[in-house]
Ligand binder design. Structure first.
Ligand SMILES: Nc1ncnc2c1ncn2[C@@H]1O[C@H](COP(=O)(O)OP(=O)(O)OP(=O)(O)O)[C@@H](O)[C@H]1O
Length: 466
């Protein structure tokens, strides 16, 4: 045996012997390939090749999976992708110490420093010993300085062997972390619909239920209703109703409708989506705005009675009636928006997938609202905010003058307020005029007495003219 190997080795030492072996090997592989192609059916060949590929891919260094995370699920539906929002908030916290180009800023009206992923640098996040690489992609016109038309998306890359870990553990981890961050920060945001998109900032309205001058009974009713709503997720599911609640706030200007909305948002820690109907040009705009509002939010449609298109519809104006050429352009913009669009929007709010939603309509003139908007099932609770009466004034005295408890002028003020129709906004404005509490209350008494005198004069004048 030793002789044989030695002999074999010595016979391979020349270049021609190596060449002979190579030629024999090549012929053999060609024969094998031909036999493979001719003898094995095409489908079976593909099957073997795919199995071999997947087996060897585990050992390849660059078998990467790329996931695209767009801001919207698909361009046409406009459904917001919460994973994109989660990544946007989560990534800066992971890379603050390593990243070289991070966008940092303090926005007007915000209390905290804003951090955002910026530029084309990769962000590598390590999760349970596995590396996940993120990159922010930016598409859109460079000339667009306000960034409205830019489309952003994230690309998440990882090795194929971590496919399951990525989908089953890592992505849920990113979303969970984002939800915890949101809950911890407890910052309520307000979104306004502008140029086909929600623009947001921190809700800086400080109103709380404590600072609202409302009758204690009404306050209690509202808080109880909100609490019940939050508690009853299972109940809503059981009776097959969407987990949503609709309120109509009505009353004269300055009686606290906006303040109550802010108090509700601050109490629940729900974001506010404020929709001005004048900034909505079509029914499809309206539906898109609804789809993009997130869960745990309050959707507000203010001054529902002031919308021109709704008025035009309710008094029976058709688009053809106005032939004035100057108005033509404006009409094109507004005529596609209708009451039926709004009704669909409301019904959509009820039936859309979003949960824990509160929908609030406000109006100064409940009697002007189309009854279709108010039918049961669209509105759960009507809240009437009215002139300052009863003990509600005490809340303003505490807010503006730090008077806790009683004051000698309170009785006189109560009596005057009972006789008059004065909004909390007017009284608040009077109280702001003096720093000293006694001076402020005396000035308020004088102001209310003046009002009383004027209203008596009006009555007398009306009496004599009749
Ligand atoms: N019920 C109230 N309790 C405490 N403050 C109030 C109340 N109502 C009004 N105010 C004060 O008046 C200001 C204006 O009130 P607010 O904007 O909430 O009224 P509104 O009913 O929404 O008015 P509008 O119908 O004109 O929008 C508030 O900033 C607040 O200071």
């Amino acid at each position: 045996m030793g002789f044989y190997t030695q002999n074999l080795f010595s016979s391979f030492t020349s270049a021609s012997s190596w060449f002979e072996v190579y030629a024999a090997f090549s012929t053999f592989t060609m024969l094998l390939r031909t036999a493979f192609i001719q003898l094995i059916p095409q489908q079976f060949r593909s099957f073997i090749v795919s199995k071999l590929e997947s087996f060897f891919s585990k050992y390849q260094a660059n078998s990467e999976i790329r996931l695209k995370i767009n801001k919207f699920w698909d361009k046409n539906s406009g459904d917001r992708n919460e994973l994109f929002d989660a990544a946007q908030e989560y990534l800066p916290t992971r890379i603050i110490h390593t990243y070289k180009s991070l966008k940092v800023g303090k926005l007007q009206g915000e209390k905290h420093i804003e951090l955002a992923v910026y530029g084309s640098e990769d962000v590598v996040d390590e999760f349970e010993g596995t590396k996940f690489t993120w990159k922010l992609d930016e598409e859109g016109s460079k000339q667009d300085s306000n960034n409205h038309n830019k489309k952003y998306s994230f690309e998440l890359t990882f090795n194929e062997k971590h496919r399951e870990k990525a989908l089953d553990l890592y992505i849920p981890h990113v979303i969970k972390t984002y939800e915890v961050m949101k809950a911890e920060r407890r910052i309520v945001r307000i979104y306004s619909w502008l140029d086909d998109d929600w623009n947001d900032s921190e809700l800086s309205h400080p109103a709380t239920f404590d600072s609202l001058a409302l009758s204690p009974e009404l306050k209690k009713d509202i808080i109880d209703d909100l609490e019940r709503f939050l508690r009853r997720k299972e109940h809503y599911k059981k009776v097959g109703k969407p987990w949503k609640r609709g309120y109509l706030l009505y009353g004269p200007p300055g009686t606290g409708k906006s303040s109550l909305i802010a108090a509700m948002a601050n109490y629940l820690k729900f974001d506010v989506y404020d929709l001005e109907l004048t900034s909505v040009y079509s029914n499809s705009d309206l539906m898109q705005s609804m789809k993009e509002a997130s869960n745990r939010s309050i959707v507000v449609i203010e001054d529902i009675d002031c919308n021109e298109e709704l008025h035009a519809r309710s008094i029976g104006l058709s688009d053809d009636q106005d032939s004035d050429a100057d108005n033509e352009a404006a009409k094109v913009k507004t005529s596609r928006f209708s009451l039926s669009g709004l009704l669909n929007y409301m019904d959509g709010l009820w039936s859309s997938g979003g949960e824990e939603r509160i929908i609030i309509f406000t109006t100064n003139h409940k009697e002007k609202i189309d009854p279709a908007l108010l039918r049961p099932g669209r509105m759960d609770m009507y809240i009437h905010l009215s002139y300052l009466k009863g003990k509600a004034f005490r809340v303003l005295a505490s807010n503006y003058l730090d008077i806790e408890g009683d004051h000698p002028l309170f009785e006189e003020i109560d009596e005057l307020l009972e006789k008059l129709q004065v909004t909390p906004a007017v009284v608040a404005e009077q109280l702001m005029r003096n720093e000293d509490p006694d001076d402020a209350l005396e000035a308020l008494v004088t102001f209310l007495k003046e009002m009383d005198k004027d209203s008596n004069c009006d009555l007398e004048l009306r009496g004599t003219s009749e």
